[in-house]
Design a protein around this ligand. Structure first.
Ligand code: TXA
Ligand code: MG
Length: 332
């Protein structure tokens, strides 16, 4: 299959491919998604096949509005308060499903994950296609998520019908996923919307680990976000990075601007990328996946990644780094 590279003005073509059962990657404010008509079992099955995604890991269904979400899921007052405040935006709600979404997309569960993306091209595509769009991140299963059209080609060229190019994603890490079916809202995956913001609307947001009886996200069982070389996460500061480099002299480094200033001159020829200034979690999120991709191309012995503070979107950055590190610890 030849994968078409579509410009924003080719939007009608992208919508046409979707409604006829094809697979189109498209930009959102978080990462690129691999979209299929969420009502179509066969199209949704194609998403799992293209990604190599385990069939027990359900997909997020994208909608153009909270009204459309009401057609496929049950939104109680709390869910309506959350969508009213944060949609369109990087918040995914796991809700009790109504009919209208392929059970393949839901991995057979009685719940469905829904989100309304805050990106003009994604919203225009949803309106033009006129159907909910099931879309996981547009990477091969287990790999870092793509944040640009070239990233999607690197992952899925020849396996999908088209990539709608909307430039680089503004947030850079995936949406925050919460389970809103229980008495309390539970955080299933930290992401682009800080947990603190959700708590302002919905009260305490529980961590699944603190509540053994609470539901877990099926996706958490699987390998995630890992580039093809091992990732080592170290404490903040130049000392920890230098110590790790001593053990792994052929490693590359991903660190803050401040740490880079301290170590770059000490080690000539070191391959290093920065994730912004210390304390700037937004920049760290935006650069994270692209930097992991770029560093892996040099085939270093390992990628040494400096920790960032876990406030706001920094929690999502550290979650992705830890998972990348855990995956490489078991793979290599
Ligand atoms: O930002 C995002 O969320 C991106 C863009 C494309 O919207 N999408 C994305 O999708 O990250 P994906 O498939 O890579 O991650 C979906 C997560 C997985 O961890 C999955 O297990 C969880 O949502 N999920 C989906 N449906 C669920 C359900 N019914 N119950 C619990 N977790 C669910
Ligand atoms: Mg993903």
């Amino acid at each position: 299959m030849r994968t078409a590279h579509l410009a924003p003005e080719d939007l009608p073509r992208a919508a046409e491919i979707l409604v006829s059962g094809g697979l189109v990657a498209f930009p959102t404010e978080t990462v690129y998604g691999l979209g299929a008509d969420a009502r179509n079992d066969r199209a949704v099955g194609g998403v799992f096949a293209a990604k190599g995604r385990p069939a027990d890991n359900p997909l997020i269904v994208h909608v153009r509005s909270a009204e459309e979400a009401q057609e496929i899921a049950v939104l109680d007052r709390r869910a309506q308060a959350l969508t009213g405040r944060f949609w369109p935006g990087p918040l995914t709600l796991v809700l009790v499903a109504r009919t209208g979404v392929s059970s393949v997309a839901r991995a057979g569960l009685s719940t469905v994950a829904v989100r309304c993306p805050d990106h003009p091209l994604a919203l225009a595509l949803l309106r033009m296609a006129g159907c909910p769009i099931a879309a996981p991140s547009a990477n091969r299963s287990g790999r870092p998520s793509p944040t640009s059209a070239p990233d999607v080609f690197e992952e899925l060229d020849g396996r999908i019908d088209a990539v709608l190019d909307g430039g680089t994603c503004r947030i850079g890490v995936e949406s925050t996923v919460v389970d809103a079916t229980g008495e309390h809202v539970t955080l299933l995956r930290p992401g682009g919307l800080p947990r603190e913001d959700i708590e302002e609307v919905a009260g305490a947001v529980l961590s699944p680990s603190r509540e053994p009886g609470q539901p877990k996200s099926p996706g958490l069982r699987h390998r995630h976000y890992a580039p093809s070389v091992p990732v080592l996460v170290v404490n903040p500061g130049a000392d920890a990075v230098l110590r790790a480099l001593y053990d792994h002299p052929a490693a590359s480094v991903l660190c803050t601007v401040e740490t880079a200033a301290e170590i770059a001159s000490a080690i000539p020829g070191l391959r290093l990328l920065t994730i912004g200034r210390r304390g700037d979690a937004g920049t760290a999120a935006r650069r994270l996946f692209g930097a992991l991709r770029e560093l892996e191309r040099y085939r270093p012995e390992a990628i040494i990644a400096e920790s960032v503070a876990e406030d706001a979107v920094g929690l999502a950055v550290m979650d992705r780094l830890r998972r990348a590190a855990a995956a490489s610890a078991t793979d290599h």
